[in-house]
Design a protein. Structure first.
Length: 118
C-alpha cells in the first residue's frame, strides 16, 4: 500500500519531537472524530488511515523503546478499539481529543521557544 505521507515515511518523521508527532496524529484523529459525529464514514476512514499511519511511524521510531513504545502501542489499541471494536476501554471522543491535545499544546510551546531563541 502506498503511504499517505511518503516524505514523512522516508525518514523525515523521525526528525520531529514526540510532541510534534503525536500532535499531528491527534490532528488526524480529531478529523476522524468530527467525521464520525457527522456520520461520514468515508471521511472518517480516510482520516483514521492517515492518523494510524503516522502513529505507526511513531511506534517504529528508533528513539522510543520500553515504556514509551508500550504507551504508543496502547494508544493505538485504544483508538482502534474505539473506532473499530467494542470500546472495551470505555473511550469517548472527548478523552481521545484531550489525550492528543496535551501533545499539541506541548509542541506549540516547543515551537514558540525555538522561535524566541532565534
Amino acid at each position: 500500500m502506498k503511504p499517505f505521507h511518503p516524505g514523512l515515511a522516508a525518514g523525515r518523521w523521525h526528525t520531529f519531537s514526540l510532541a510534534a508527532q503525536l500532535a499531528n496524529v491527534g490532528s488526524e484523529m480529531g478529523r476522524a472524530l468530527v467525521a464520525r459525529a457527522a456520520g461520514d464514514t468515508q471521511r472518517m476512514d480516510r482520516a483514521l488511515d492517515r492518523g494510524l499511519e503516522l502513529l505507526d511511524l511513531t511506534i517504529v521510531d528508533p528513539r522510543y523503546r520500553g515504556r514509551r513504545r508500550r504507551e504508543l502501542c496502547r494508544v493505538r489499541e485504544v483508538v482502534c478499539d474505539f473506532f473499530f471494536g467494542d470500546n472495551e476501554f470505555g473511550s469517548t471522543p472527548e478523552l481521545i481529543d484531550r489525550y492528543f491535545m496535551a501533545f499539541a499544546i506541548d509542541a506549540r510551546r516547543q515551537k514558540l521557544a525555538e522561535t524566541t531563541r532565534e
